[in-house]
Write a protein that binds this ligand. Structure first.
Ligand SMILES: *[C@@H]1O[C@H](CO)[C@@H](O)[C@H](O)[C@H]1NC(C)=O
Ligand SMILES: *[C@@H]1O[C@H](CO)[C@@H](O)[C@H](O)[C@H]1NC(C)=O
Ligand SMILES: *[C@@H]1O[C@H](CO)[C@@H](O)[C@H](O)[C@H]1NC(C)=O
Ligand SMILES: *[C@@H]1O[C@H](CO)[C@@H](O)[C@H](O)[C@H]1NC(C)=O
Ligand SMILES: *[C@@H]1O[C@H](CO)[C@@H](O)[C@H](O)[C@H]1NC(C)=O
Ligand SMILES: *[C@@H]1O[C@H](CO)[C@@H](O)[C@H](O)[C@H]1NC(C)=O
Ligand SMILES: *[C@@H]1O[C@H](CO)[C@@H](O)[C@H](O)[C@H]1NC(C)=O
Ligand SMILES: *[C@@H]1O[C@H](CO)[C@@H](O)[C@H](O)[C@H]1NC(C)=O
Ligand SMILES: *[C@@H]1O[C@H](CO)[C@@H](O)[C@H](O)[C@H]1NC(C)=O
Ligand SMILES: *[C@@H]1O[C@H](CO)[C@@H](O)[C@H](O)[C@H]1NC(C)=O
Length: 379
């Protein structure tokens, strides 16, 4: 099988020319050919410069790949580790390496150091937990890195940051980070990617873009669809506007259409940078749910709404408390009705006595004979 694929591969012409040779010579030659080109590894299909070893339940990268391999597929296998032993000899022609759909957990130091001309690397659909920041050669020529759904879970985002910050990926132009549960983009994650043009962060649970994150790379395409963005602050909008060549996708985010989104809405109406601006919809409040953002009028963007609700409930509560106090007061009065009656009688009696005193004094005062005496006794 191995010999046959080699025959059908790059050496076909050579073999045809020599069919007249003796059987021994033929076999010797074949042996030589196999040795020199390393043939095609078991479980792989080889065509000139392309080797495919897909869905074979391999647990390592096949050994002895043809030295002239340009494109290598080892997808849908069961490889858990890419280490310094994965590519033990230099593959100077290898530009494309597809490792999607394995079970890769670890990418060790120096893993890709022997692939000095690697341009495209696809590590999507894996379970990466550790990715050495020295996996790539210092002068890596990598331009396209696919890390879509590559990380085991949210806990391993730090690993991603250290790889991207290693300073080894100076030529990287396309980075696919979609379908990873990133939540927050560390502010300096793109700082060491001075050539990055295309960045996909689709479906990565992003809740905000911090000021300064996009400062370094000369981005042209930024895909932020299907994240958890509810608003974009003016600093982020300013950052977008500073890159006139930048085009952005923002659909599929749960925009919160209250007064705070006014800046974003004004910016969206004026900017041409958001390519899917027609597709943005509000997620809250209830009254504006699923409404197209561009069709929402500024007067509809309310924040008082929530406050009114809060005030209303607190007024109702206050009323209830007052009513309760009133009821208790009346109850106390009722229970004490005898005491109160007595108390009222006492007051009445006291008043009567007092009034009688006045009456008496009035009579005395009005008696001209006693007037002088009364004035003296008052003093
Ligand atoms: C994949 O490899 C692991 C060990 O790394 C093994 O336990 C598992 O059975 C393998 N899966 C398949 C489908 O062979
Ligand atoms: C690269 O290939 C050479 C053989 O030419 C080998 O000695 C070396 O260990 C390989 N790996 C690294 C990381 O250099
Ligand atoms: C992850 O990598 C770091 C540094 O490269 C190393 O110290 C650590 O032991 C690794 N962890 C695992 C689980 O391999
Ligand atoms: C990355 O891989 C995913 C799935 O394997 C694919 O859908 C996507 O198009 C790739 N991204 C790039 C930039 O090639
Ligand atoms: C991530 O995976 C590890 C190992 O499977 C687990 O212990 C950890 O709880 C997970 N973290 C999150 C945030 O899911
Ligand atoms: C988003 O990513 C998760 C895994 O992180 C996946 O289960 C889900 O299907 C993706 N959603 C979309 C719309 O691609
Ligand atoms: C860059 O992104 C845009 C929009 O997502 C896409 O159409 C284009 O093909 C991408 N370019 C490359 C080289 O991946
Ligand atoms: C945002 O970043 C820019 C530089 O990138 C800086 O000039 C500006 O002061 C920052 N704004 C805030 C609010 O931090
Ligand atoms: C609208 O955009 C233009 C440039 O595209 C800018 O000069 C102008 O200030 C913007 N207006 C508002 C209100 O943002
Ligand atoms: C808007 O959404 C529709 C339906 O989901 C889709 O067909 C269309 O391509 C989207 N438009 C843009 C500019 O993304």
């Amino acid at each position: 099988m191995r010999l046959f694929s080699t025959l059908c591969g790059s050496n076909r012409g050579e073999i045809r020319r020599r069919t007249h040779m003796s059987g021994t010579m033929f076999l010797l030659l074949l042996f030589a050919v196999v040795l020199s080109s390393h043939g095609c590894p078991e479980k792989c299909l080889c065509s000139p410069q392309t080797v495919k070893c897909n869905n074979q339940n391999l647990d390592t990268i096949p050994r002895s790949l043809p030295a002239n391999t340009k494109i290598l597929f080892v997808t849908g296998n069961n490889i858990s580790r890419i280490s310094v032993d994965s590519f033990p000899s230099p593959l100077l022609h290898l530009t494309d390496l597809y490792l999607t759909g394995n079970e890769i957990e670890f990418v060790d130091a120096m893993a890709f150091v022997n692939l000095t001309n690697l341009v495209r690397l696809d590590l999507s659909n894996n379970k990466i937990q550790n990715f050495s920041e020295t996996a790539f050669p210092t002068d890596s020529k990598l331009q396209v890195l696919n890390l879509s759904r590559s990380f085991h879970n949210h806990s391993y985002v730090d690993v991603l940051v250290s790889v991207l910050q290693s300073g080894h990926l100076l030529q990287l132009t396309v980075l696919d980070l979609s379908h990873n549960d990133l939540v927050i983009l560390p502010e300096d994650i793109l700082k060491s990617l001075p050539s990055l043009v295309n960045l996909s962060l689709q479906n990565s649970s992003i809740i905000s873009i911090q000021n300064g994150t996009l400062k370094v790379p000369p981005l042209h395409d930024l895909d932020l669809r299907d994240n958890s963005l509810r608003d974009l602050p003016p600093t982020t909008l300013a950052e977008f506007s500073l890159k006139p060549d930048l085009h952005i996708h923002l659909a599929g985010n749960p925009w919160r259409c209250d007064c705070f989104i006014e800046d974003l809405l004004l910016w969206l109406k004026n900017s041409t940078q958001v390519l899917d601006v027609q597709n943005l919809t509000c997620a809250d409040p209830e009254a504006l749910r699923s409404q197209l953002l561009l069709q929402v009028g500024l007067p509809q963007l309310k924040c008082l709404g929530d406050m009114e609700g809060v005030l209303e409930t607190s007024y109702v509560f206050l009323g209830l408390v007052l009513a309760l106090i009133g009821v208790i007061f009346l109850l106390v009065l009722y229970l004490n009705r005898k005491g109160i009656k007595r108390w009222i009688y006492n007051i009445r009696d006291a008043c009567r006595d007092h009034m009688e005193g006045y009456h008496y004094r009035y009579e005395i005062n009005s008696d001209p004979r006693l007037a002088n005496l009364s004035i003296n006794s008052d003093v």
